[in-house]
Design a protein around this ligand. Structure first.
Ligand code: MV4
Length: 675
């Protein structure tokens, strides 16, 4: 076994590889760019080498510098992870020249799979099933059209130089063929500088089912079952699962054996993935082979109980496969959701920013989080904006899916927009739960997954209102405990005065609609309940809040909701989706004293965080004056007009009761106002 390896990658996969290497007693060397100098993978490694400026092409992709770092630190092997140099034949060759083990397949295997059409030719010779079609050298339109006519429409034209969904064109009838072929060739020539085409029978509802294979250097090969990766958006995987639902043992064995045949056809060694299209009738067809460890490998680890990175190190060090096919047992079901800093409401535009809050679900044998970032890290523009992979496991798909939605509802991220709510809506959508899934799942269910545009509210509004009220009360009680002054208003235990007909009112917005909420707290014997009026509709409510679990009874209907409050955004994670509400802060009260001077009052109970002005200051309209904190939110109180600060009644650190006068303020009518 190696004494020391260098990880030629960053982020979550680098951390993940380091974890396994450490468990095996193998020393680790990280490489890092300017942007990653404080990154988690650098902290986790035994040593680290600066590799260059932040752009990958000036750092992580410079193979010679990576090899130099390995030589400098005495690393015997390099693990490329995925992406970056992981399928770069030249890099693999350079490692061999420098006598450094490349933890991956032989360079010949990488090259064989580098071209889609070459790969198909190899698989055809190995009797691996291909989609019916033509991928010959004769590119005359007559030949290609004859193949299309013979197999029947619809057909799919594919540029052999394309890949990952680029350079594909559907042709639905013989009449459209000539124009379709001409257009596909034009696009291929402009995109890839090569208009060589292949034509295949178009599978209209295929699933993307891939087989994890592993081969050692002693002619042993096994498959570690399959993954269904059909839920993709623009050929980027979003949620993956293992095993594939509805897979018979017979079909699993057929696909597994076919995958091994594919691997052996190219003298494969190490971890590999053979991707198939699975048709609705159970036929499967070779799509492509990936000669690296995949992003989604953790779901295979969860159902097989194997550590695939450990297998990679052992096989690269010349050991035989740790398990035989018979010793591999499929147990349970796993999902992986890729948590990204991106904005689903802005066509998944990548988001950047500082992770000011990063709270994860608790990890267990059911919940695994592979991440490369910590709270406080920046999500930068230089790299893939993946924040983490959330992996869950349970005994069945249904149980695992419940784990997934619960874990997603417990993920708290502030500072960057994420796709968590999109993932939650997807995971809790009926078609996903009912396994109505093929590669067009997201586009077919787009409305449903983005349903927050037209959610039908049942009790979500009073539930959100009750959540706010209970949060304010908990906050007031905590503040009361902090205050030593027994006469302080905080000692009335909660700011929502009991036994007094005290009506609180505030507003909640949902999908650009504002709802006015009036809350009256009542007491019946020992029971506290709330009478809510929401836009004229009356709700009789009770509730209890325990961390992020809210139990409510609304007009007799009891239910449990996972809740989150970040800034003034409330999320209710319910079985039928996530509901977002914006708490609209009451304006800070502005009133005129008898002497004509005005004052500014606190909109609610809170703590003074900072006072930005001093007595006598002349201020302009909307100038920030003080900042309060209430209900985990910061509220900046601003000048309502040009004016003078006459007196300030609180200093930073003081607790402030809702309605208390914060400062005395005289409006100053500026000259041009009088004109
Ligand atoms: C297909 C197909 C339907 N019929 N080939 C997409 C990219 C590349 N991996 C192959 N792809 C497809 N090839 C035939 N004959 C549908 C797709 C396809 C797809 C495949 C896997 C995962 C996601 C996909 C999304 C769109 C189309």
């Amino acid at each position: 076994m190696f004494n020391k390896i260098l990880i030629a990658n960053r982020g979550e996969i680098a951390c993940r590889i380091i974890k396994t290497a450490k468990s095996m007693g193998v020393l680790t060397v990280a490489i890092y760019s300017d942007a990653d100098k404080n990154a988690l993978h650098v902290q986790m490694a035994d040593e680290a080498i600066y590799i260059g400026p932040s752009p990958s092409r000036e750092s992580y992709l410079l193979g010679d510098n990576v090899i130099a770092a390995a030589i400098q630190t005495g690393a015997q092997a390099i693990h490329p992870g995925y992406g970056f140099l992981s399928e770069n034949a030249d890099f693999c060759r350079s490692c061999a020249k420098k006598n450094i083990t490349f933890i991956g397949p032989p360079v010949a295997a990488i090259e064989a799979m580098g071209s889609k059409s070459a790969a198909k030719n190899i698989m055809e010779k190995a009797n691996v099933p291909l989609v019916p079609g033509y991928h010959g050298d004769d590119q005359s339109s007559e030949i290609i059209k004859k193949a299309a006519d013979d197999m029947g429409y619809p057909v799919l034209l594919k540029a052999t130089a394309g890949g990952g969904g680029k350079g594909m064109r559907q042709v639905w009838s013989e009449q459209e063929f000539e124009e379709g072929l001409a257009a596909a060739k034009r696009e291929a020539m402009s995109s890839f500088g090569d208009d060589t085409m292949l034509v295949e029978k178009y599978l209209t509802q295929p699933r993307h089912v891939e087989i994890q294979v592993f081969c050692d250097n002693h002619n042993n090969a096994v498959y570690l079952f399959e993954r269904d990766c059909s839920v993709q958006r623009r050929h980027q995987k979003v949620i993956e699962e293992a095993p594939a639902f509805g897979m018979s043992e017979e079909l699993r064995t057929q696909m597994g054996k076919s995958a091994i045949k594919s691997a052996q056809a190219i003298g494969y060694q190490g971890a590999g993935t053979v991707e198939f299209l699975l048709d609705v009738n159970g036929s499967f067809y070779f799509m492509e082979m990936n000669t690296r460890l995949q992003v989604e490998h953790p779901v295979t680890e969860m159902i097989s109980g194997q550590d695939l990175v450990e297998w990679q190190l052992r096989v690269a060090a010349g050991e035989i496969l740790p398990k035989t096919q018979k010793q591999l047992v499929l147990n349970g079901h796993a999902f992986e959701a890729r948590i990204y800093a991106e904005d689903p409401d802005k066509d998944f535009l990548p988001a950047t920013g500082k992770l000011t809050l990063l709270q994860t679900p608790i990890e267990s044998k059911h919940v695994r989080i592979d991440t490369g970032v910590c709270q406080g890290d920046e999500v930068s523009v230089y790299y893939d904006p993946m924040i983490a992979k959330l992996i869950v496991w349970d005994e069945s798909r249904e149980k695992a899916l419940k784990r997934l939605s619960k874990a997603l509802s417990e993920y708290r991220i502030n500072g960057v927009t994420t796709n968590i709510d999109f993932l939650y809506n997807l995971a809790t959508s009926q078609p996903f739960m009912d396994e109505e899934i093929d590669t067009s799942f997201i586009e077919k269910n787009n409305e449903l997954i983005f349903n927050n545009k037209k959610q039908i509210l049942q009790n979500e509004l009073p539930i959100a209102a009750l959540y706010l009220i209970l949060t304010m009360q908990h906050q007031a009680q905590k503040d009361a405990l902090k205050s030593s002054d027994s006469n302080s208003p905080w000692h009335n235990a909660n700011a929502w005065r009991l036994n007094e007909p005290y009506i609180h009112s505030f507003a909640l917005a949902h999908n650009e609609t504002e709802y006015n909420v009036e809350v009256e707290q009542k007491k019946y014997v020992s029971d506290v309940y709330y009478s809510l009026n929401v836009n004229g509709e009356q709700f009789n409510c009770q509730g209890s809040l325990n961390n992020d679990l809210l139990i409510t009874t609304i007009n007799g209907h009891r239910s449990t909701t996972t809740v989150s409050l970040i800034n003034n955004s409330i999320n209710l994670y319910r079985e039928n989706g996530v509901f977002n509400f914006i708490y609209i802060l009451p304006d800070c009260g502005q009133h005129d004293n008898e002497d004509g001077h005005g004052g500014l009052t606190a909109p609610m109970n809170g703590t003074m965080i900072s006072v930005l002005v001093k007595t006598g200051d002349t201020v302009s309209k909307n100038q920030p004056l003080v900042i309060m904190e209430a209900m985990k939110m910061e509220h900046t109180i601003k000048a309502p007009s040009d004016g003078i600060i006459n007196e300030i009644f609180f200093q930073a650190g003081d607790m402030v009761d809702g309605g208390a006068e914060l400062l005395a303020f005289s409006e100053q009518i500026s000259v041009n106002d009088e004109a």
